[in-house]
Design a protein. Structure first.
Length: 348
């Protein structure tokens, strides 16, 4: 090969292959902890293998979901608090999967950055592994892309990809009827939607991320980085107990737009806004941003992160089961024969 004094290397172009290899080695123990029945091969190959029969499925339907964390990443980057943003990434994907009645089986991540910081990346991907552990799925692969010129040195983006399975004939939603009860599960804060508006409100209020949070102890940045709640295991427990007709993950679009996605076209829902108390973070957002009630319910989860649509004769038993699993359960209302989500009462 011809060499000359003007020859360049990939490292000189801003991409450090050795750092990428070091990251793979650093995250292998965390990924290994997430292994579950069905995993045949994981990190290191050109692809990962998963055996559905070994996972216990006889006639499975595969369900796939992909998502990101949105501009919540900006707060994580600006504050340097990187250990929980990976949990958000997993939650946004697997909470969607369980709405189809599916058990999450495995997860892959995409991490792109301007300059690979092995320590920071290890924190982020360790958070992804933690999310997978909580959801019962395996972290079996991913991609780390160092892209100078596309991202500022410390900036990064995340995307997640989850695959699950449900036995044929058990897919959700199914058999939703007028009169079915809506059980809401409490959220752990803003989760991972609406952060462009959150950031705008904080800016207008003149608050830096290291300022004391107006609605809780600690800093504003730390409070807003509370990770998205994982509903997978309690939701699967409820599904297996019987009587669950549908689930709706309350993300961007809030209750107003997400609940109708799991209802028949000729049905709607009646929700009592007095059934739960608006968490302090949303009360602050509403007051500081002058946000109307309708906008709150359409932009944020407003304290309800997941809704289960259940048979009326199973509502009490399922509410008890979910409470025993550690969820805060609210009887929100019921399915109606009139299209759309209709609210009564006021957010308190």
């Amino acid at each position: 090969m011809i060499k000359n004094e003007n020859s360049l290397s990939y490292a000189q172009a801003g991409v450090d292959i050795d750092a990428g290899n070091a990251l793979v080695e650093a995250i292998k123990p965390a990924a290994k902890q997430t292994s579950r029945l069905g995993v045949m091969s994981g990190l290191g190959g050109f692809g990962a293998l998963f055996d559905l029969k070994a996972a216990g499925y006889k006639d499975p339907i595969l369900v796939a979901a992909t998502d990101g964390v949105g501009t919540k990443l900006r707060i994580a980057i600006d504050t340097g608090h990187l250990d929980t943003i990976g949990i958000d990434l997993v939650a946004m994907c697997v909470n969607d999967l369980v709405c189809q009645g599916a058990e999450p089986l495995f997860f892959l991540d995409y991490f792109a950055t301007g300059k690979l910081d092995v320590q920071a990346a290890t924190q982020i991907i360790s958070g992804i592994a933690e999310g997978c552990l909580r959801a019962g799925c395996a972290l079996i692969g991913g991609e780390t892309a160092e892209m100078p010129g596309m991202y500022a040195a410390k900036d990064f983006d995340l995307a997640g990809f989850a695959v699950g399975a449900v036995e044929r004939g058990h897919e959700l939603p199914s058999d939703v009827q007028a009169g079915d009860v809506l059980l809401g599960l409490g959220s752990d804060g803003v989760h991972s939607n609406g952060y462009s508006l959150v950031r705008k409100i904080a800016e207008q209020a003149g608050l830096e991320w290291n300022a004391l949070a107006p609605f809780t102890d600690g800093t504003l940045g730390a409070a807003l980085l509370t990770p998205t709640r994982l509903y997978v295991k309690p939701a699967l427990g409820a599904i297996r107990a019987g009587g669950v007709h549908a689930l709706a993950h309350i993300t961007g679009g809030g209750l107003t737009e997400n609940l109708p996605r799991v209802l028949p076209d000729d049905m709607g829902a009646e929700i009592d806004l007095g059934a739960w108390v608006l968490p302090p973070v949303f009360r602050w957002l509403a007051e500081a941003g002058g946000i109307s009630e309708a906008e709150m319910l359409k932009t944020f989860n407003a304290g309800i992160g997941m809704v289960l649509v259940v048979a009326s004769d199973r509502a009490e038993a399922l509410a008890g089961l979910l409470s025993e699993a550690g969820e805060r359960v609210y009887r929100l209302g019921h399915v109606t024969e009139s299209v759309g989500v209709h609210y009564s009462g006021m957010l308190a």
